[in-house]
Design a protein around this ligand. Structure first.
Ligand code: PLP
Length: 183
């Protein structure tokens, strides 16, 4: 099988640190830690005394409890801390799906999950965001492509690259589509 590289991240890895003007950057200029914690010397003290050993590999209990507090009904034991969204995407796609399973992906997209799907022989289907309606999702297309074989619907929200944020109604319709087939 031919390996599908993650083309966008490869391009960034090869060029983004060496060019004078990086037109592919989508973030804002990064804040230095000193500025972020200017009013919190207590936090700086905790940082200085942090031991660089093996921590809890699933996230420290304090971090997991703080993350759980952001979600209704969640507890620390429902939270697994990963090294960025990329690792979370990888783990969830690889643990929920096996070769031959059907995945429906929102396009245009950052394309990480699409690449994982290619490399692990998933059956890929797509639904699109439509430029002519401000990059709103084509929910009729989603409803048509989702079948009883669909195991996962992958959405990218806020969308990379368009920046489109799904409305509550759109999210409800996507969830209803997934519920209809147990995805
Ligand atoms: C849509 C999307 N998913 C995942 C990632 C990767 O996130 P992280 O750096 O937290 O691993 C990015 C990074 O730009 C992204 O745009």
């Amino acid at each position: 099988m031919r390996f599908q590289p993650f083309l966008m991240e490869r391009m960034m890895s090869e060029f983004e640190q060496d060019v004078a003007y990086n037109l592919s950057e989508s973030g804002v200029h990064p804040l230095p830690l000193r500025e972020l914690l200017a009013d919190r010397p207590d936090v700086m003290d905790r940082l200085w005394t942090t031991e660089l050993g093996y921590p809890h590999v699933n996230g420290t209990p304090e971090l997991r409890a703080n993350i759980a507090a952001l979600y209704d009904g969640a507890k620390a034991e429902n939270v697994l801390v990963t090294v960025g969204a990329a690792e979370a995407n990888y783990l969830s796609t690889r643990t929920l799906l096996s070769a031959g399973d059907e995945i429906v992906i929102m396009l245009p997209n950052y394309m990480q999950i699409w690449g994982i799907a290619k490399n692990h022989d998933l059956k890929i289907k797509a639904f699109h965001l439509l430029e002519e309606v401000g990059w709103a999702p084509d929910l009729a297309e989603l409803e048509a492509v989702v079948t009883s074989d669909t195991k996962l619907i992958a959405v990218c929200n806020p969308n990379n690259p368009t920046g489109r944020v799904l409305t509550r109604t759109e999210m409800d319709r996507i969830v209803a589509c997934a519920e209809r087939v147990g995805a």
